[in-house]
Design a protein around this ligand. Structure first.
Ligand SMILES: C[S@@+](CC[C@H](N)C(=O)[O-])C[C@H]1O[C@@H](n2cnc3c(N)ncnc32)[C@H](O)[C@@H]1O
Length: 370
């Protein structure tokens, strides 16, 4: 007996919900009902997955399409010059972020980064379409998402624009959720979320949950989960900092850092994303399974650093290798803290990231405002 695709999708969705419940990422029964009601497959008729052989294009005609849709994987849905510029976030992470948002009936929610429209559909299913505004910078993506949302019976306001400005016309919001990567929380958001409202947003290689105070400041800690979102971008760009190329004349100095420890420690890489925001990071090994032999960082401001064979070279406006060394010392001295020990305070005076308490700010060496 063959099963109807909609029935099969429902079975797979329930199985994924069971899996996410079992490992603690889905704990709220209200969100379980929402998750089971929204067909992710309606938003991802085609996508790319990463395999050991490279990117694989999967379409609704492929026999394993539905299984891939109902796995806990991020699905790349648009490539620009080989770089993913839109995706559907992994459902487990999405649900953790939605639950952290502490949404109640009647809440007005602003979503930044519509992408496929799937998360907007989850929000619309939870609070009602008229309570949801979603902003997407890419006009083609916004149009497609709006059509797919309508076909599923959801009509949130889909606005084409730069999410860094929020959407003041419908403010104030009770909740704001962003699903593209930021290195600073845009100040426009603080003015659009009401006091005691919540903001859940990627920041560096983590996701922060901020409570907005009466004076318009916002403060909170990072969720413990790993999170790697594609960078916020202007319309028509990929958001990935271009590699400045290797400067010829840079003097080297000795570095004692163990490059394998630096490159392979995921929790440290998160710290680095906070103290050296907006930097690309790459490493090389002599053999596939061997130690890391070189580490390189670069920023959109032309900052560049490379460490290899016990020597470090750096150039440009930010001393990136000095930042790596200082951050690694701080990380080890504080017993290799996880994401949940870090927090952020944002206000008129800018943004401070801190470890354990707001009174313990981290030394951040950012690129100049672009
Ligand atoms: C990870 S996807 C969003 C996933 C989406 N929430 C979903 O459920 O499919 C990131 C999206 O952020 C969008 N984006 C990037 N920069 C943006 C900006 N400045 N304003 C609004 N959206 C932006 C990208 O075009 C991309 O579609």
């Amino acid at each position: 007996m063959t099963t109807h695709p909609q029935e099969r999708a429902a079975v797979l969705r329930a199985a994924l919900a069971d899996e996410l419940e079992a490992d603690g990422r889905l704990s709220d029964p209200v969100w379980r009902k929402v998750f089971e009601a929204v067909p992710r497959h309606a938003f991802v008729p085609e996508f790319w997955t990463l395999t050991p052989q490279g990117l694989r294009h999967v379409t609704s005609g492929d026999p394993d399409w539905l299984e891939s849709v109902y796995s806990d994987e991020a699905l790349a849905t648009q490539l620009t010059d080989g770089v993913a510029t839109s995706s559907s976030t992994a459902p487990g992470l999405m649900l953790r972020m939605l639950q952290a948002l502490d949404i109640a009936d009647g809440h007005r929610v602003l979503e930044i980064a519509t992408g496929t429209g799937y998360n907007a559909a989850l929000l619309a299913q939870r609070v009602g379409s008229h309570q949801v505004v979603t902003v997407e910078v890419d006009p083609g993506l916004a149009r497609t998402a709006e059509e797919r949302l309508r076909r599923c019976g959801h009509t949130p306001l889909v606005h084409t624009g730069d999410g860094r400005s929020g959407h003041p016309d419908r403010a104030p919001y009770d909740r704001l959720i962003a699903t593209c990567g930021f290195s600073t929380i845009p100040s426009a958001w603080l003015a659009q979320v009401r006091p005691a409202g919540l903001i859940v947003s990627p920041l560096g290689w983590g996701t922060v949950r901020l409570v907005v105070a009466d004076d318009g400041r916002a403060e909170g800690r990072f969720l413990p989960e790993r999170s790697y979102f594609m960078a916020v971008r202007a319309a028509g760009s990929t958001g990935v900092p271009a590699h400045p190329g290797r400067p010829e004349a840079t003097s080297g100095r000795i570095t004692g850092l163990d490059l394998t420890a630096v490159a392979e420690d995921e929790a440290f890489r998160f710290v680095l994303s906070l103290v050296a925001p907006d930097t690309g990071f790459a490493f090389e090994r002599g053999d596939a399974d061997g130690p890391v032999t070189a580490v390189e960082l670069w920023g959109p401001d032309g900052a560049w650093a490379r460490a290899q064979d016990g020597r470090a070279r750096q150039a440009g406006p930010r001393p990136l290798w000095d930042v790596v060394e200082a951050a690694y010392r701080l990380y080890v001295d504080h017993d290799r803290p996880g994401r949940e020990r870090f927090g952020v305070t944002v206000g008129a005076g800018g943004q401070r990231v801190w470890l354990d308490a707001p009174s313990r700010p981290l030394p951040v060496v950012g690129a100049a405002e672009r």
